[in-house]
Design a protein around this ligand. Structure first.
Ligand SMILES: CC(C)(COP(=O)(O)OP(=O)(O)OC[C@H]1O[C@@H](n2cnc3c(N)ncnc32)[C@H](O)[C@@H]1OP(=O)(O)O)[C@@H](O)C(=O)NCCC(=O)NCCS
Length: 362
C-alpha cells in the first residue's frame, strides 16, 4: 500500500507522551535511563534497584529498594505457587506463544503491587516453560538470591558463578527501558484506556515478539551459526542482501549511529571470558560495511540484539527463550510506562487519513 502522506509513516518522531523514565538520543547514540547514562548504569545498579527507581519516577510514590528487592522474591514465589494455572494453556505451545498464554493468566495479588507481581513472575514462567517443554520439573525460586541469580538458578544448572550473574544483571539493566519503543507504546496505549497493568503488559509482550523488535536475537544467532566460518562471511551477507533480506542485529528506527547498548553488552561478554567475540566482530565489521555500501544515505549500525544473542548464548540460555529473557527485563519498563501513562490520564488516540470512498456522498 502506498501512503499519500508519509509524514506520520510509522509515527517516526511523533511525540505521544512526556516521560521521566528514559531518553534515546539517536543522533548521538546516547541512552539515559532513570537519569543516568546506560554505560554507567549497567554496571552500577542492581536490576531490583533500577526497578524501584523507575517505578518511583513513574507514579511519584517513593520506594525503598530493599523492600522492592524482597517483594521481587515474594512475587517469584507466588508465581511458582500458581504455575499449574499459569501453564495450563501454555505448556503445549511454542515458548513465545506459551509466554503469551501464561502472562495473560497472571492476576493481582492482594499484598503485592501489580508491577512487582508481573516483573517477578516473568523469569518463573520463562524457566518453568523451558523446563516443562524439556520434560523436566520446574525449579522453585530461592528468594535469598537476586533476581538475576535466581533466574539462572531456575534454569537448572545450580548456583551460577558471580561472573554469570553479573553478566545477566548487566543485560537486564541494559534492556530494561528504552523510550517509546513499539512494545512500550503498545502497553501505554492499553494503559491509557484505563485498563490495568496486566492487560497492558500482555499487549506489550505481544508487540515485543516480532522480528523487527524483540524477536531479533534468535535470528542473529541463526545467522552467526549459518555463516559458521570467516571465509563464508562475505558470500553469506552479500547473498542475503541481494535477496532483499534484513541483517538481524543491524539498523534501528531511532539510532543513526551505533546503539550504545551494543558496547555495554560486548563489555559484559568480555567480562565473562567466554564466547567467540572474534568471529562475531568479523561478521559485525563486514555487515556494517556492506550496509553502508548498499544504503549510503541511511546509516545502519549494530543494534542491541547483535550482542544480546551472543551474551545469552554464552550464558547457555536456550535460543528459543531469548525474547522471553528480553521480556523479563522489559516488564519493569512496561509497567513503569503504564503507571506513568495512567498518571498522565490522557487516552492515546491518533488519527488516520481516510483514502476510501463515500465521504460527503461521493
Ligand atoms: C530495526 C528496523 C526495523 C528499523 O527499520 P526502519 O526504521 O523501518 O528502517 P528504514 O526504513 O530506515 O530502512 C531503510 C532501508 O534500509 C533497509 N534496512 C534497514 N535495516 C536493515 C537491515 N538490518 N538489513 C538490511 N537492510 C536494512 C530497509 O530495508 C530499507 O531499505 P529500502 O529503502 O530498500 O526498503 C530495521 O533496521 C530492521 O529490520 N533491522 C533488523 C531487525 C533487528 O535487528 N531488529 C532489532 C531492532 S533493536
Amino acid at each position: 500500500m502506498t501512503l499519500q502522506d508519509k509524514s506520520a509513516y510509522g509515527l517516526d518522531g511523533v511525540i505521544a507522551a512526556e516521560t521521566a523514565l528514559s531518553h534515546v538520543d539517536g543522533e548521538r547514540g546516547e541512552l539515559i535511563v532513570a537519569g543516568a547514562r546506560i554505560d554507567t548504569l549497567a554496571f552500577a545498579m542492581s536490576f531490583e534497584e533500577l526497578a524501584a527507581r523507575l517505578w518511583s519516577l513513574a507514579d511519584g510514590q517513593p520506594r525503598d529498594p530493599k523492600t522492592t528487592t524482597r517483594q521481587f522474591g515474594q512475587a517469584r514465589q507466588r508465581a511458582f505457587a500458581r504455575l499449574p494455572q499459569l501453564l495450563a494453556a501454555a505448556r503445549d505451545l511454542p515458548l513465545g506463544a506459551g509466554m503469551r498464554a501464561a502472562i495473560a493468566a497472571l492476576g493481582p495479588e492482594p499484598d503485592l503491587p501489580p508491577e512487582v507481581v508481573l516483573s517477578g513472575a516473568m523469569p518463573v514462567i520463562t524457566t518453568a516453560l523451558l523446563r516443562t517443554q524439556a520434560n523436566h520439573p520446574p525449579i522453585p525460586p530461592d528468594t535469598t538470591r537476586s533476581h538475576a541469580a535466581d533466574l539462572l538458578y531456575m534454569l537448572g544448572d545450580g548456583a551460577a558463578p558471580p561472573s554469570k550473574v553479573r553478566a545477566l544483571q548487566t543485560y537486564l539493566v541494559t534492556v530494561c527501558d528504552h523510550g517509546m519503543n513499539a512494545s512500550t507504546f503498545a502497553g501505554r496505549v492499553i494503559a491509557s484506556t484505563g485498563a490495568d497493568l496486566f492487560m497492558s503488559v500482555t499487549g506489550a509482550y505481544c508487540a515485543l515478539t516480532g522480528p523487527l523488535h524483540g524477536g531479533a536475537p534468535e535470528p542473529v544467532l541463526a545467522m552467526l551459526n549459518a555463516i559458521g566460518q570467516a571465509e563464508r562471511i562475505s558470500p553469506w551477507i552479500e547473498d542475503a542482501l541481494s535477496r532483499g533480506e534484513r541483517l538481524m542485529g543491524f539498523g534501528h528506527r531511532v539510532y543513526r549511529v551505533r546503539d550504545p547498548r551494543a558496547n555495554v553488552l560486548k563489555d559484559a561478554i568480555q567480562g565473562l571470558g567466554e564466547g567467540d567475540l572474534g568471529f562475531a566482530a568479523q561478521v559485525e565489521a563486514y555487515a556494517r560495511a556492506a550496509l553502508a555500501k548498499r544504503y549510503p544515505q541511511r546509516p545502519l549500525d549494530t543494534n542491541v540484539e547483535f550482542y544480546t544473542a551472543i551474551l545469552l548464548d554464552t550464558l547457555r540460555i536456550p535460543r528459543q527463550a531469548f525474547t522471553a529473557l528480553f521480556a523479563c527485563a522489559r516488564t519493569v519498563g512496561w509497567t513503569a510506562h503504564a503507571l506513568e501513562q495512567q498518571r498522565m490520564g490522557r487516552l492515546l488516540r491518533p488519527a488516520s487519513r481516510y483514502i476510501g470512498e463515500g465521504v460527503g456522498g461521493r
